[in-house]
Design a protein around this ligand. Structure first.
Ligand code: ATP
Ligand code: MG
Length: 385
């Protein structure tokens, strides 16, 4: 009997006239993650089926599908003819050795001769007889459930569990954003959250080579690769801010290093975003987490971005909440590797916590901003993941 995987979708279901656009994007994303694995992908009413794969690939396919935004739940099922004997044969493959069970049935095909209650009763009876006392029915707290779904095409799907999908909206349905990706815990989580709402996310990383090392860069490549599993393809760009940091260090107040560097980062990010067609900038800032993440700090960096919104999905999160999400998306182990990013180079002992705009502008007047941006911009590299 052939295994199939059922995909039920999440919020897409609520879409009205433009549901087709969301479905097509979801289908494209599934095709992308399953590229290279033999399978058929079939749309049914309100769900999809992945079929005709090699049985050994089932787990790999499920792991990949769990990362595709737009899927609410998944189930590993057997597809059979819809007569009760065939359904029973499929149900046997879901049984445990002993314990309690119940049968839940659903009839997509309303012309089917039995009602859902009757299907459950007949199948439950067959299972009890077959188990010879090793299994008992418990409809309230069973140790496992056998589920039957009679489809309109004369087939039945028989399955056990609902596996939690990634939920959210298909990546690509909400536009395109540029994530400022550091090597830390927060920014990959911020990218993941915005991808979950349907944004296609590319990444920009600022480095201070040779003050920062190649391992720091590899770590960022690894983080972008992890994110890319959810975005069905993320591009990573890196840019050197070494000379900018040297100039600030040489000419400006030390306590303004981070504030001034941030403003350069945002300026470069906006230009790069516009160049690649991204419609917003995403960062991993969370209010009050560190000295530069005050309202004044955010005001100072926002004010150099002229045309795009800056999205900060973590702004109201505690560090623990962010760590939980980082663990869940599989980035945490990589994020906590010790390699430094550029913000730690020339770090002042006491950074300005509430920088005043007139002081920021006075410090920036000591720098040739446009030349420094042009120079940094010329160093942008696209990294293959
Ligand atoms: P993260 O955990 O993402 O590194 P953080 O808590 O260390 O964040 P900051 O260093 O203040 O906080 O950085 C705030 C945000 O600025 C980051 O989440 C990221 O979006 C962006 N950022 C910081 N450093 C870099 C960098 N080297 N390259 C790209 N973006 C950066
Ligand atoms: Mg950081």
């Amino acid at each position: 009997m052939k295994k199939v995987i059922i995909i039920r979708y999440a919020e897409i279901y609520l879409k009205g006239k433009n549901r087709g656009f969301f479905e097509r994007t979801f289908e494209t994303n599934v095709h992308r993650v399953l590229k290279g694995i033999e399978h058929q992908f079939i749309k049914q009413s309100g769900r999809y089926l992945v079929k005709d794969f090699c049985d050994d690939d089932a787990e790999i396919i499920i792991e990949k599908l769990k990362k595709v935004f737009g899927a609410h739940t998944l189930s590993l099922a057997y597809e059979t003819a819809s007569d009760m004997d065939s359904i029973f044969e499929a149900a046997k493959l879901h049984l445990r050795e002993s314990g309690t069970f119940k049968v839940e049935s659903h009839r997509g095909d309303k012309k089917y001769p039995l009602t859902s209650v009757e299907i459950s009763r007949v199948l439950g009876g067959k299972i009890l007889e077959y188990a010879k006392g090793k299994l008992q029915v418990d409809v309230h707290t069973p140790s496992f459930t056998v589920r039957v779904d009679i489809r309109e095409n004369g087939k039945a799907l028989v399955f056990g569990e609902f596996i939690e999908g990634a939920n959210g909206m298909p990546v690509g349905t909400a536009g395109h954003g540029l994530l400022l990706l550091s090597g830390g815990i927060d920014s990959p989580v911020a990218g993941h959250m915005m991808a979950k709402r349907g944004l296609n996310v590319d990444c920009l990383h600022f480095h201070s080579y040779p003050y920062t090392n190649m391992q720091a860069k590899e770590k960022v490549v690894d983080l972008a690769t992890i994110l890319s599993e959810y975005t069905c393809g993320t591009k990573l760009y890196t840019v050197s801010v070494t000379h900018i940091q040297e100039e600030i260090h040489e000419k400006c107040r030390p306590d303004f290093m981070i504030t001034l560097l941030r403003r350069f980062m945002y300026r470069i990010a906006e230009r790069h975003a516009l160049r690649i067609g991204a419609q917003c900038i995403i960062t991993g800032e969370s209010l009050g987490q560190v000295a530069s993440q005050t309202i004044e700090g955010m005001t100072s960096s926002n004010s150099v971005v002229e045309t795009l919104p800056v999205l900060r999905p973590l702004v109201g999160f505690d560090k623990n909440e962010i760590i939980d999400r980082s663990v869940k998306m599989g980035a945490y182990e990589t994020s906590i590797l010790p390699f430094e990013d550029c913000c730690t180079v020339f770090l002042p002992d006491f950074p300005a916590i509430r920088p005043k705009m007139k002081d920021i502008l006075a410090e920036e007047a000591k720098l040739d901003i446009e030349d420094l941006i042009q120079e940094a911009f010329a160093s942008i590299e696209k990294i293959e993941l």
